[in-house]
Design a protein around this ligand. Structure first.
Ligand code: FRU
Length: 611
């Protein structure tokens, strides 16, 4: 006979009787109210309530957090049903001495014959003063890339530099390793390599989740929150998307969200505000992705709160297959001249050159109100890509960076499979930092190079293997990589016109990544089809191909290998491929071979990475 929990509760009152499914453990009392509704009363005190998570269930439980009877917040988590994959901490320390109740609606799938009472999560909901963030995924967690301590990460957000510190905020799910509960996580670094994890900076509120945005240092106190206050703009994503304002007077550690939010509303989807001070016009600019219209909106403001729409750029231009997101707009010098050009970044998803997410850019002029793209001789606007791999998305730059640098990072994944990659404790890393610079191709066209940031030079440790002035024959020659596979390979070669030079990274299991330079076509390709675990998503195995933007046949490659990523920078970042890989064992061999046997290796060094 089915038990009618609701009726019983009305008849006897909660807690008077010990119903099946009601128990108290470690200061947590669980009352099942029906097939899909459970109350968790937190009676004990401590820092965290531990939430057990099971990833394989598609649906989140909806958790209304009630403090002294008032709705404090709503969070979503895949509470464990049949087994716990991992746990996440819910911070309860600030509610000490108050009545804390979690009113939880669990998804009982259509095929499920389970009641909430049958789920395993309740037993694991305990109070703890600690949460163990020890890295449990040493196999794939990068050694020298930024990753969240645990949980999901996507876009980098709100990056600013101040007083020697690089601030990196990011789209974070604090309650699981899939996209949800968008919050601004926060990390800082003084060298762009070692990152310190700080408390979450901005959390969802009544207007919705906290989507991507930017932050600036308000040197002239234009917004009225003090000289050098940090101002953040982000997208509030509730039923619709609006732009919101927050300020920080403690260098970005905590933010106070403006009570008058939102500050920009439109009647269509728009997101990811990116603002900057325009020296020439003496006012602020803002570029906002008009996502579904596939264009960027440009605003001006004197005070960072009141924005005037000036123009739109991009309608029917460039890649138009996916939505336009995460814009950026900045000025770069044309090397060897005193002239500058403006670069407009438009991350798009899907519709990248190899499917899914990618970074598109336009080069042109900007007068403070309107961006005009350079054109091809026939008047069309060229589509340019910053990275010819599959795993660099949502790339934007740091504001207020020193020495006029345009330093960037991207999210090292692709929406096609980001939630399926074979990690669990954490999901996703950032790319290595890259400084953007203009360069001119042999055909006389301007492009943007992603130069590995100079900080990366400090990673170079012991030379594990090397060679110089040597033919790359038409038979395979092998070089050693470190046993843990983590390294930087720096090599320069010269190829004759008909040559194809192959560089292969492989392990003892026969898993390999094959990179080929094709001298005739001036391309470099990257094949990860047999790189290790590739079957978690059919969009993952792939060959990506980049033009090399040279006509000399002389190429320098810097290849940064970490535990689950390879970033290949050609000719000081003039061509770049960022690709994830999940080898079952580290790659320990670099092999080289040239088709005609007359390519020449000028120099090779394999560096251990020094941390
Ligand atoms: C890009 C994006 C942004 C949005 C954020 C939400 O990856 O879709 O447009 O603000 O992710 O997490």
């Amino acid at each position: 006979m089915k038990f009618n929990h609701k009726l019983l509760m009305t008849a006897f009152g909660i807690g008077m009787f010990s119903f099946p499914g009601l128990h108290a453990a470690d200061g947590v009392e669980v009352n099942h109210l029906g097939t899909n509704n459970t109350l968790v009363r937190v009676k004990g005190e401590g820092k965290y309530l531990i939430l057990p998570i099971q990833e394989t269930f598609e649906d989140d439980a909806k958790i209304n957090v009630l403090v002294d009877g008032k709705l404090e917040e709503t969070i979503y988590a895949r509470l464990a049903k049949t087994k716990t994959d991992y746990t996440v901490p819910y911070d309860i320390s600030k509610y000490a001495g108050k009545n804390l109740v979690l009113d939880i609606v669990t998804p009982q799938g259509r095929n499920s014959v389970r009641d909430a009472a049958d789920d395993v999560c309740w037993e694991g909901m305990i109070i703890s003063d600690t949460f163990d963030t020890t890295n449990t995924e040493t196999k794939y967690r990068p050694a020298y890339h930024h990753t969240p301590l645990y949980g999901w990460m996507n876009d980098p957000n709100g990056m600013f530099y101040k007083d020697g510190v690089w601030h990196l905020y990011y789209q974070k799910n604090p309650y699981g390793s899939k996209w949800q509960n968008m919050t601004w996580g926060h990390s800082t670094s003084t060298d762009l390599i070692n990152w310190e994890h700080l408390p979450d900076a901005i959390k969802p509120d009544g207007l919705g989740a906290i989507f991507s945005g930017s932050a600036v240092v308000d040197h002239n106190n234009t917004a009225g929150y003090g000289e050098d206050a940090v101002i953040a703009l982000f997208t509030s994503a509730g039923t619709s998307q609006m732009q919101s304002f927050a300020h920080s007077n403690d260098d970005g550690l905590t933010f106070e969200v403006y009570p008058g939010n939102p500050i920009i509303t439109l009647d269509t989807e728009a997101r990811d505000p990116n603002m900057f001070w325009n020296e020439k016009t003496g006012e602020w600019n803002l570029i906002l992705a008009h996502a579904l219209e596939k264009e960027m909106l440009i605003f001006t403001s004197p005070d960072l709160k009141n924005w005037t729409l000036q123009s739109a750029f991009g309608k029917n231009l460039g890649a138009q297959e996916g939505v336009w997101e995460c814009p950026d707009l900045f000025e770069l010098q044309i090397p060897g001249t005193d002239k500058t050009k403006w670069v407009l970044i438009s991350n798009i998803n899907p519709g990248g050159p190899f499917g899914g997410s990618a970074v598109q850019y336009f080069i042109g002029d900007f007068d403070g109100k309107t961006f005009v793209s350079d054109t091809n001789p026939d008047g069309t606007v060229p589509t340019k890509w910053l990275d010819y791999g599959k795993d660099n998305y949502a790339l934007v730059s740091w504001s207020n960076a020193p020495d006029n640098r345009r330093t960037t990072v991207g999210w090292m994944s692709n929406w096609q499979y980001a939630a399926d990659v074979p990690t669990m404790q954490f999901r996703s890393a950032n790319t290595l930092p890259r400084d953007l610079q203009l360069f001119t191709s042999p055909e006389g066209e301007l492009y943007v190079a992603s130069v590995p940031s100079p900080e990366l030079d400090k990673l170079r440790g012991k030379v594990i293997d090397k060679a110089s002035d040597k033919n790359i024959g038409n038979h395979v020659s092998n070089y050693k990589l470190p046993a843990d596979g983590i390294c930087e390979i720096d090599l320069t070669f010269e190829a004759t016109n008909a040559d194809v030079v192959t560089f292969t990274l492989s392990n003892n299991k026969g898993e390999k990544v094959v990179m080929k330079y094709d001298a005739k076509n001036r391309t470099m390709s990257f094949d990860r089809r047999e790189s290790g675990i590739v079957d978690f998503n059919q969009k993952f195995p792939a060959i990506t191909v980049s033009p090399t933007f040279e006509n000399s046949g002389k190429v320098n490659l810097r290849v940064f290998v970490d535990r689950s990523s390879i970033e290949l920078f050609g000719n000081n970042g003039q061509f770049v491929m960022t690709n994830l890989v999940f080898p079952n064992e580290p790659y320990t061999t670099l092999s080289m071979e040239s088709k005609n046997g007359d390519a020449r290796l000028q120099d090779l060094k394999v560096y251990e990475v020094k941390l």
